[in-house]
Write a protein that binds this ligand. Structure first.
Ligand SMILES: [Zn+2]
Length: 664
């Protein structure tokens, strides 16, 4: 459909500042803790029986050392930079390019900042070229390079700007810096890593690697044979890959496919962030509103992902969202396809809420009609209003989806559990759900048959995670006892995080508490012949949130994981099985929710055993991202692992580190 109204010039010329970027760039520190409920009685006190042994994980320290850029006096708030909002194949009137405000930080050549370093590749098809310096005066004056498909300097600028924006969204939603799934402070971004139509996150190399390919004349597409297609110019691909890296930092054990949903969740969540992030670019949203006449129940380009990369191979787009719920959840099938069912559910809820909010404005503008007639022109005011609604709503929903990660179990996630996490996290922050966000989400999951296990009804009350069956308060974790580094989103130092972790370990490992937290005594004869390790306190992070109406929430989120090496036999391989819990602790040190995966759960174990017997023990959830409809592998392929499942598990049981590598 043709665009009928050109954007007002003043609107088009102002750089976009996504709300998360504004929050990240302007944040001068946190809020105060909420006025909490009366403190419950301390129940599991220090007089209880001695606890079992536990360990403190390496990642506790990494999180405490996550760098934070401190603005210097005289620093600007933003660095405006130009990007492709989708990819080079979009038209200008669809908002192909935008100037966005990236949170300012002082940069070295690369660019090389506090969390990202963009690296040149010797094999770049556009090389050789000088080191990229975004501080060059002429680039500062022009707000960076003009988008151009074959300008390597722009490629560096594009991956840096999109990565910084995506990171700012996570930082704003979670209220803290996000540590990586590896100890180094920076993630490497390699725009021209290999000549394959794909991209990947590789934890071992601490990098996001973007591939490229050349169009083959025999593909019969409307592009010249030999034309270059770069995945680093696709906004969707950059946001998708970075989300894998951020999710890996938040839930490191989601890299193991212990059930078919784990990989689907990683892929679906990465697509979801990419899709909702587009809505932070005004001209893109404006174009969507125009093309759909403000009726987002109409599917179209806006419900598709990754265009140019797919075009060059003869496909229209890589993935397509199904708003009608035609495709239902099934535990079989390729992980990206199952992930798309998750994305479709959330986008369906987005459309429901948008329609609810936009309805009165459309009725006002049309003299009482529910929608515009086919081809009817929209007034500039109507477009602006609807653009504003869609944009704000997507930001809110994206924040909800990211915040829910803190409420996910530490291992073995299912899509149904993600719904429970979404509902609980949102209800914690926004008790009064006046626009029925949660109802819309529940309905969208129901429509696709994504049902959590062990929930009596798909109602909000039934879906919220439960508190422990008796009150538990952890002494020493009251907000007043915690030490911060200027901001309640940052613990003072590694010693403070280790202190908190020890206190948590001492509580969760009390014999009366073990089962509540999904744990068990490793020496329990029940486990023979399996071997069980002591529980590990993997992470302790602050949970600091500001809701849409200024509501504040503060607490801690903890991951406790225990490993069990399940012996093989009866035709089944040996494999690693994990239990434990995510624990949400309130501002008074009280345990508010325990999201447990019991290490003794035989039902879950038998399911996992069947699954690993089919796919292999200890399979990585993210063998490769699929940025093409064909089954081309990512390159370079994941390193070969010590093949035989039983052998691999045995090796690891002897204490050898697993190959911590992931392509995504
Ligand atoms: Zn992926």
């Amino acid at each position: 459909m043709e665009e009928r109204i050109a954007p007002p010039p003043d609107e088009a010329s102002v750089p976009d500042t996504p709300p998360a970027t504004a929050a990240a760039a302007q944040s001068q520190g946190g809020g105060s803790p909420p006025a909490g409920d009366p403190q419950p009685d301390a129940a599991s006190g220090a007089e209880a029986a001695p606890s079992i042994h536990f360990r403190l994980g390496d990642r506790l320290r990494w999180a405490a050392q996550t760098p934070r850029y401190e603005r210097k006096s005289g620093d600007p708030v933003y660095r405006p930079l130009q990007i492709y909002t989708i990819d080079p194949s979009r038209r200008r009137r669809e908002g192909q390019m935008a100037e966005i405000n990236v949170p300012f930080e002082r940069l070295r050549k690369g660019p090389n900042g506090s969390r990202f370093r963009v690296i040149k590749s010797e094999t770049s098809p556009l090389g050789p070229y000088d080191d990229v310096d975004l501080n060059e005066t002429r680039l500062l004056i022009t707000n960076g390079r003009q988008p151009a498909p074959t300008d390597p300097v722009f490629h560096h600028q594009m991956v840096y700007a999109v990565a910084m924006t995506t990171y700012a969204i996570f930082r704003s939603a979670l209220g803290r810096e996000v540590s990586w799934g590896f100890p180094a402070p920076k993630l490497n971004l390699v725009p021209h890593a290999f000549q394959v139509a794909n991209a990947q996150y590789v934890r071992d190399r601490e990098s996001l690697e973007f591939g490229w390919y050349r169009v083959e004349a025999s593909n019969q597409v409307d592009m010249p044979g030999g034309a270059y297609i770069f995945s680093c110019l696709s906004h969707d691909v950059i946001a998708h890959e970075l989300t894998h890296a951020l999710l890996d930092g938040l839930r490191v054990r989601f890299d193991r496919a212990s059930n078919p949903d784990v990989g689907a969740f990683h892929e679906g969540f990465a697509d979801l962030v990419a899709l909702l992030q587009r809505f932070s670019y005004r001209m893109v949203v404006r174009s969507i509103i125009l093309n759909t006449q403000g009726d987002l129940t109409r599917e179209g380009d806006w419900t598709q992902l990754v265009f140019e990369m797919a075009h060059g191979k003869g496909d229209k787009s890589l993935r397509e969202i199904d708003l009608d719920g035609v495709h239902r959840y099934s535990a079989t099938g390729e992980e990206h396809d199952r992930g798309t069912i998750l994305v479709s559910a959330i986008l369906d809820a987005f459309v429901t809420i948008y329609t609810h909010k936009a309805g009165p404005i459309i009725r006002l503008a049309t003299g009482g009609r529910k929608q515009l007639d086919e081809g009817e022109a929209m007034s500039a005011d109507l477009i602006t209003q609807l653009t504003h609604i869609a944009s704000r709503l997507s930001t809110h929903l994206l924040n909800m989806c990211i915040r829910a990660i803190d409420y996910c179990p530490p291992v073995d996630i299912t899509l149904g559990e993600y719904l429970r996490a979404l509902i609980t996290a949102d209800r914690d922050l926004v008790p009064d759900d006046q626009w029925s966000y949660r109802e819309a989400l529940i309905d969208a999951f129901r429509k696709r048959h994504i049902f959590p296990e062990n929930v009596p009804a798909l109602s909000e009350d039934a879906l919220v995670w439960e508190p422990p069956d008796h009150p538990i308060v952890i002494p020493g974790l009251n907000f007043g006892d915690l030490r911060f580094s200027a901001d309640p989103g940052c613990a003072a130092d590694a010693d403070e995080v280790l202190r908190q972790a020890r206190l948590i370990g001492e509580t969760v490992c009390l014999p009366d508490n073990l089962k509540i937290f999904g744990l068990a005594d490793p020496k329990d004869p029940y486990f023979a012949p399996d071997k069980v390790e002591p529980p590990v306190i993997e992470s302790v992070r602050s949970l600091r949130r500001v809701g849409p109406d200024g509501q504040l929430a503060f607490g801690l989120v903890v991951e406790v994981i225990q490993r069990r090496y399940v012996a093989g036999g009866g035709g089944y391989p040996s494999f690693r099985y994990r239990g434990g819990s995510t624990v949400i602790i309130g501002a008074q040190g009280e345990v508010r929710y325990v999201i447990a995966k019991y290490i003794k759960s035989e039902t879950r174990l038998l399911k996992q055993r069947e699954y690993v017997a089919t796919v292999g023990a200890d399979v990585f959830a993210l063998q490769s991202c699929r940025h093409l409809k064909s089954n081309e592998p990512a390159a370079p392929p994941p390193a070969p692992r010590k093949a035989a499942a039983g052998k691999a598990a045995k090796k690891k049981a002897r204490g050898k580190k697993p190959a911590a590598k992931k392509a995504g």
